[in-house]
Design a protein around this ligand. Structure first.
Ligand code: HEM
Length: 403
């Protein structure tokens, strides 16, 4: 067993904008379950191997709860006090719960996100995508693809599904972007959180009084759910529903433009889109870092993890594990990328994955068809990547095309 130990979580994308930080790749090679010293001195763990990540995510003794014990943070966050106590459980936020609480809430939503329900939406999502592409085509390039396309499409879709008026997007888009900042002071983070949840509380109270035809109204009809729970669920769905997909489309387009042979192949064979979307998920893993808490003494990958440890997983590292994928650092739209962990694994595996797949297929297919000469409008080195955010991606993607 290697004696490698990490000090803090490496975040800088020193190996290139699409690849894991070198230190993380090294950890996976040498010690896929690697001890870490956090900035407060706590001894935690980083899990980077594909098998080890899957095993951890399938085992609820690696708890998702933040109220069981202190979840330590690996790096210092300026303006954020070092946590010394567990965080209280937020009602409705089932991503941070274990069974049976998690099961009770997730079950109320599975019907709304089935493969069949999502298939029924496919045509409508294609229309929304097409309308947004029409609007973009009317602009004079260069334009920012994130602002004009990658963010509006999933935002419009999740707003419509949930019954959140899209016209109110100023409130939740700006605040959710703030909330997702890694290095944000406590006061600013709380202000962003309060702005979104205050807005959502008013919305769900209205829906309980006068429900309409949308997912939040269906939930509001269920008297088993409190208003606080409805707000927590709405918060989770709204944030998870647009930040992740938006970044997949933005970063995915950047990755394709930087791999011209792959892009040309995809343009020639639009039938490859579904496979390309899966491969981009694996290759980019925009939702990369997740936390777990060891509820008891546990063994993983031959290492002994004591109860009370904070355990961090890197889904990106797992998806680049050569023990699972051949030539893992190559983007290859023809490979079978199924089995990747980009949507997680186990009971918390992404609820919105079918929706995300449909949005991305429509997004990439439409974008490449409508803009055959799409190109970056600035040198690739000038694209600002989001290593400062909890979901990876690009802040802006200036693109151009010949008109
Ligand atoms: C959970 C990724 C899109 C809703 C997750 C998890 C991952 C993930 C990795 C597991 C978290 C964990 O184990 O702690 C992604 C990516 C997406 C995407 C990469 C886009 C490309 C969406 C969309 C929705 C959504 C569109 C819309 C509803 C959720 C919810 C959970 C979740 C509610 C929590 C599930 C649970 O705790 O049972 N997602 N997601 N996601 N995702 Fe997604």
């Amino acid at each position: 067993m290697s004696d490698m130990v990490l000090h803090g979580l490496p975040l800088k994308r020193d190996a290139g904008p699409f690849d894991p930080p070198t230190e993380i790749t090294r950890a996976r090679q040498n010690r896929p379950v690697c001890p870490m010293v956090f900035h407060d001195g706590h001894a935690g763990w980083l899990v980077t191997g594909y098998e080890e990540v899957r095993q951890l995510m399938a085992d609820n003794r690696f708890s998702s709860r933040q109220d069981l014990g202190v979840l330590h943070v690996p790096n210092e966050i300026p303006g954020m006090p070092t946590p010394t106590e567990p965080s209280p459980q937020v009602p409705g936020l089932f991503i941070a719960m274990d069974p049976p609480d998690h099961t009770r809430l997730r079950r109320k939503l599975t019907g709304a996100f089935t493969v069949r329900r999502m298939k029924e939406l496919e045509e409508h999502i294609a229309e929304i995508t097409e309308r947004q592409l029409d609007a973009m085509a009317r602009l004079t390039p260069p334009v920012d693809l994130v602002a004009e396309f990658a963010l509006p499409v999933p935002s419009l879709v999740i707003c419509e599904l949930l019954g959140v008026p899209y016209d109110d997007r100023e409130t939740f888009q700006a605040n959710s972007a703030k909330f997702m900042l890694r290095e944000i002071g406590l006061e600013d983070k709380m202000a962003a959180y309060t702005a979104i949840t205050g807005y959502l509380a008013e919305l769900v109270v209205g829906k309980r009084a006068k429900p309409g035809e949308d997912i939040l109204s269906d939930l509001a009809r269920d008297e088993d759910l409190s208003i606080e729970e409805l707000v927590g669920i709405a918060f989770l769905l709204l944030l998870a529903g647009h930040e992740t997909t938006a970044n997949m489309i933005g970063l995915g387009t950047f990755a394709l433009l930087e791999h011209p042979a792959q892009l040309a192949e995809l343009r020639e064979n639009p039938d490859l889109t579904a496979g390309a979307v899966e491969e981009l998920m694996r290759y980019l893993s925009v939702a990369d870092i997740f936390y777990r808490y060891a509820a008891e003494d546990l063994e993983l990958g031959g290492e002994q993890i004591p109860a009370g440890s904070t355990v961090i997983v890197s889904l990106l590292a797992a998806n680049r594990d050569p023990r699972r994928f051949d030539d893992p650092d190559a983007l290859d739209i023809r490979r079978n990328a199924r089995g990747h962990t980009g949507f997680g694994h186990g009971v918390h595996q992404c609820l919105g994955q079918q929706l995300a797949r449909i949005e991305r297929r429509a997004g990439f297919e439409g974008l490449l068809r409508r803009f055959p000469t799409l190109a970056l409008a600035v040198p690739a080195e000038e694209i600002r990547v989001r290593s400062d955010m909890n979901i990876y991606g690009v802040h802006e993607l200036p693109v151009t095309w010949t008109t």
